[in-house]
Design a protein around this ligand. Structure first.
Ligand SMILES: Cc1cc2nc3c(=O)[nH]c(=O)nc-3n(C[C@H](O)[C@H](O)[C@H](O)COP(=O)(O)OP(=O)(O)OC[C@H]3O[C@@H](n4cnc5c(N)ncnc54)[C@H](O)[C@@H]3O)c2cc1C
Length: 156
């Protein structure tokens, strides 16, 4: 499809785009475990964060979230979150890993150097730039990238 467009703003994982030639960038992922419980079981709060050493980090009681459309019937859904490596979760890339030795940053710089050789492509977003970004930050980063590209075309 690239040939049909002037420029591609690419939100896929940057290492995946380059076939992981320098090795995969690591990501933390989450396995979600959903279970049905009787609606009468009282939840403590909409979300409970666990700080002990059990495998689960968080539980959400969806029925306590304001404005949530309730499931019909006598049961409600609780969801437990279990952190894991993305390779153990069908390559679902959630959180870029930042270790103290900076190994991931070294790897990322190699992929960024390859990306810099592609004049018709800009990597954006959480997996394209390998940064943990919330939604408003991704929108801001993407709009800024487009603005920069438009200005570079005006200047040319
Ligand atoms: C568990 C979890 C909870 C979060 N909670 C919050 C929150 O409460 N508030 C908040 O602001 N942010 C939250 N975030 C972060 C939020 O999800 C991200 O900021 C946002 O989704 C990033 O947008 P993105 O466009 O970079 O990536 P994505 O939303 O992942 O979009 C990338 C898109 O590219 C597509 N794609 C990938 N590869 C290819 C390919 N080869 N070809 C075609 N398409 C491809 C994908 O299918 C996807 O649609 C959370 C993230 C996670 C993982």
């Amino acid at each position: 499809m690239r040939a049909a467009y002037q420029h591609c703003f690419n939100s896929m994982a940057i290492d995946e785009y380059f076939g992981e030639v320098h090795g995969p960038l690591p990501y933390r992922s989450i396995r979600f475990h959903h279970r049905l419980v009787p609606r009468g079981v009282a939840g403590l709060a909409a979300t409970v964060n666990f700080t002990d050493d059990q495998p689960f980090t968080r539980e959400t009681d969806w029925s306590l979230l304001p404005g949530h459309i309730l499931r019909p019937g006598p049961e409600k859904i609780l969801t437990l979150e279990e952190p894991c490596d993305n390779r153990d979760n069908n390559h679902e890339r959630y959180y870029p890993v930042k270790s103290t030795d900076g190994a991931e940053q070294v790897l990322l710089e190699k992929y960024k150097a390859m990306a810099a050789l592609l004049p018709d492509m800009t990597f954006i977003g959480r997996c394209g730039t390998y940064m943990y970004l919330d939604m408003h930050q991704v929108i801001n980063q993407s709009l800024a990238g487009v603005r920069e590209w438009l200005l570079s075309r005006q200047a040319a």
